[in-house]
Design a protein around this ligand. Sequence first.
Ligand code: ADP
Length: 329
Amino acid sequence: MKHKTNIRRIGVLTSGGDAPGMNAAIRAVVRTAIYEGVEVVGVMRGFSGLLNRQFISMQSHSVSKIISQGGTMLKSSRCPEFREREIRERAVESLREACIDGLVVIGGDGSFRAANLLCNEFGLPVVGIPGTIDNDICGTDTTIGFDTAINTAVSAVDKIRDTADSHNIIFFVEVMGRDSGFIALNTAIATGAEAALIPEVHTDIEKLCSYMERDRRKNKTSGIIIVAEGEDGGGAISVASKVKEILPDYEIRVTTLGHIQRGGSPSCNDRVLASLLGYEAVNALLKGLSGIMVGQVKNEIRFTPFEEACANHNLINKKWHEISRILSL
Ligand code: ADP
């Protein structure tokens, strides 16, 4: 027998927030499975598609030319009903009826919580691939989508900097990151921003104003403050208005980058990561592994149990926060 398991047909779905590179991961899953002689079924709209039996047969040509496309060809969704056991049981029944023996779930930690329940409650073989721009999943150095998102944010901030310089404005630029400052911190360092406000560090408005005044004394006439949406000052609009109260003569503007950070053609790094993880995920399933996420740590493939990947978040290096400030002096 070629494989260690009896898996003959697998399903693949994308769930939660979409991330650039998800398509590259789908492609890798489909092509690897076909290479291994295993059939692949695409499940549309994440866990919702399991309930509605929205299955499509995937061939090699089904994933042609998607490697360069953002979003996800299988579409994604939030499926709150999946928190109920009976609903999950229905999902597993529909998989069994369609003779799907194992599942690859591409998504974030919420999706992995659901995947873990499918393994633990019903013994369904499931392997996860980390796809989220937030980069906050433990067990991989980076998640699929993060590199593209920071590159998008950096090119947007570079453009904003032109207006800031031309008109002597301080821009507060809000980037994504409800619980983690990865996007904000990387964007701040790469754009030479004057400050980065992140969820991991308390936002001290007085201190921020003192930095701004010091910058002005040094004849800096404009500035960029990168604000992660989840920092504790209430987001860019709130922080900017508090600063304006203290420094009323400063010209201040707010820009929220929003969903542009999630879209667009994936970067080379995201395409490569997604391709490698997609390949490894299928091989892990065929070797009989389950209940794990496939990640990459220091250029090596690493399998992390879903419990661990969900329980612990990847942490930013707080020293980077200090360095970003030092380099902008
Ligand atoms: P992400 O995977 O990007 O973190 P979400 O947190 O929205 O996104 O999770 C995606 C989906 O996973 C949810 O819509 C739901 O269907 C399922 N899910 C999330 N958390 C749980 C949970 N604790 N139990 C069961 N299903 C869950």
